[in-house]
Write a protein that binds this ligand. Sequence first.
Ligand code: LLP
Length: 425
Amino acid sequence: MNHFYIKDNRLYAENFLVEDLVKEFGSPLYLYSKNQILRNYREINQPLVSSKLDFINCYAIKANSNPEILKLLSEEGAGAEVASGGELYLALKFGYLRNKITFTGVGKTDEEIEYALRENIFNFTVESLQEIQVISEIAHNLGVIARISIRVNPDIDAKTHPYITTGMKENKFGIDSKDILEVFRTSSKLPNIDVIGIHSHIGSQITEVNPYIEAVKYLGDLIEKVEKMGIHISYLNFGGGFGVKYKNVLSHRYIPLEDDSETGYASLGEHVESVIKLLSSYNKKLVIEPGRSLVANAGVLVGKVLYIKQGELKKFVITDTGMNDLMRPCLYQAYHQVVPLNLKDTGFETVDIVGPVCETSDFLAVKRSIQKLERGDRFAVMTTGAYGYSLSSNYNARLRPAEVLVDGDKYHLIREREKVEELHY
Ligand code: LLP
């Protein structure tokens, strides 16, 4: 059972009524379940442990970098995938071991590269020849050797939203297949570079296993060609991307059934098993970088209805939370189930659930069937533990919500609500 569940028509987070927590901490509020995060981590990690593959499970901390969540996963033994100097700082501060930190990104600055080299992290995932040359120069000046994995763009359609596809020709990520062998050859000759691996992250929110199978096969062929050139590859870094369920997360007779027929949805276990099966024959150390799959379903964003407005064509439910707290619907037309904290037998109506921000794109849900909501009703936007708070902003000088972590029969405020005075720093 999920750690967010409905009992007696009311939404619970582990042992607590969500309504009680939001009364104590205010609205809007990000609420997380510690035990759900642990369960997700173990669901990915356990099959890898049992497979006897040598692996590093690096949490992609961009998904949610709340310090308590970072600590929780580092204490479980996770490594970290970082995408900036700021994320590297957080990873080091919250307990991730240097030999389990990998630094990705198309645009690392010289200062970030120097910082990471001084900290002697395990790996740089590199995305262009020029970047590799710069890393080599900086490493030379520091008198160190940089370990790198070269990210390839395999031109595989991950069948996800175009903004979160990363492994196709038109994307900025990775090095084109046609150039990749030449880049391996040139890099292996650079004095302060040790080419240790191949990296491929083809996208995020991948719900089918087929794109992974295609990617792993592609990587297998590539490794063979690279090793024929005399370059030994120790690590195969597979990135992240395991998709999660956004529809019908909770079902109940007062919640409309959502149509999710268009996605062939694989479970976390199926994703991991499919990768393990293919990889075991390669005899390489494996790195994975899951982000969303560890934290998405472990978080909800709780908001409150401010007003109901009947337009000529639509009914609007206007709430106290919107695109500055949760950017995903406006940025990727992402779908999140919206569940009232108190379910009632009012029948369903179709409404747009919108935020208070001065933008037409400020919506949580469009044309959404839901029970009749009234001023003061509270609701949870489900599956917002990943890329929720971490993508939030102060747009319209709005304050970011508080964050609370529930753990069985305990709960903790893990980030205070922003205060107006913080807006002028
Ligand atoms: N590794 C690399 C190199 C990545 O670029 C990413 C995500 C991950 C791992 C983690 O992927 P995940 O397991 O979370 O799918 N903001 C978007 C998602 C952007 C993903 C960016 N890269 C969203 O809200 O859907």
